[in-house]
Design a protein around this ligand. Structure first.
Ligand code: PGA
Length: 259
């Protein structure tokens, strides 16, 4: 058993899957399979597409579920002429608790920069929500031995100018890009080592107290079969789960990894 004051957080990133209709079914099936001890041990978050947020919110609230709601992205301005964007106040009004910022798919496919990620994280915090700040290296960077310096740079830039107390209540997701959706996960030892290095970076830049408080998830091909070994690592405080979170049976097995 590892001893840490940090409560793990296991979040499902549904990406561009599930209409609001299937999203309601998934969250209901997930909730049937979880019991109070699961929520005591772990925070459980689902991050549906924007179009399903309201439906999942009302399902969670009317059935008094302990599942928390997350969003996959946000724009940093509170309102304005920004066609197609969604603001942090809009998400906060839906009782969204967590917002993923800087997912590698947004960085790679939609050109998000560290500076944008920083603005997004600040907007999320300013509206009383918790950012899940993603970082991670490409296969080329890993093979060139640049993993640590690359993720350290992403972390420093992502949290630039943020109050250390706010960072302490936030979440970082370490997701090696080569492990996302590939079925190829980082070994638990490897993930633990890089997450330890991320924590050391946070300690250096923002202090030990912040580094000890911030929860750092692993993400990338997390499945029912590998979650327990990952969670046994002292530095790993949860998981950001893509593919395996779409199915409520798989996702509940991941959440209930202790059983
Ligand atoms: P995966 O995705 O679990 O399907 O690899 C993880 C993520 O992109 O957050």
């Amino acid at each position: 058993m590892k001893v840490t004051a940090r409560k793990p957080v296991i979040a499902g990133n549904w990406k561009m899957f599930h209409t609001h209709l299937t999203a309601i079914q998934v969250v209901q099936k997930l909730s049937y399979q979880l019991d109070p001890s699961d929520y005591e041990a772990t925070e459980v978050v689902v991050c549906p597409a924007f179009t399903a947020l309201r439906s999942v919110q009302t399902t969670i609230e009317s059935d008094r579920m302990h599942i928390k709601l997350g969003a996959q992205n946000v724009y940093w301005e509170p309102d304005g002429a920004f066609t197609g964007e969604i603001s942090a106040p809009m998400l906060a009004k839906l009782n969204v608790s967590y917002v993923i910022v800087g997912h590698s798919e947004r960085r790679q496919l939609f050109g998000e920069t560290d500076e944008w990620v920083n603005r997004k994280a600040k907007a999320v915090l300013a509206n009383g929500m918790i950012p899940i700040l993603c970082c991670g290296e490409t296969l080329e960077q890993r093979e060139a031995g640049e993993t640590r310096s690359w993720v350290a740079g992403q972390i420093a830039a992502g949290w630039k100018g943020v109050d250390p107390a706010d960072i302490g209540r936030s979440v970082i997701a370490y997701e090696p890009i080569w492990a996302i959706g590939t079925g190829r996960n980082a070994t638990p030892d490897d993930a633990n080592e890089t997450i330890g290095a991320i924590r050391a970076t946070v300690a250096e830049a923002f202090g030990e107290v912040t580094a000890n408080a911030v929860r750092i998830q692993y993400g990338g091909s997390v499945k029912p079969g590998n979650i327990a070994d990952l969670m046994a690592q002292p530095e790993i405080d949860g998981a950001l789960v893509g593919g395996a979170s779409l199915d409520p049976d798989d996702f509940s097995k991941i959440v209930r990894y202790r059983h």
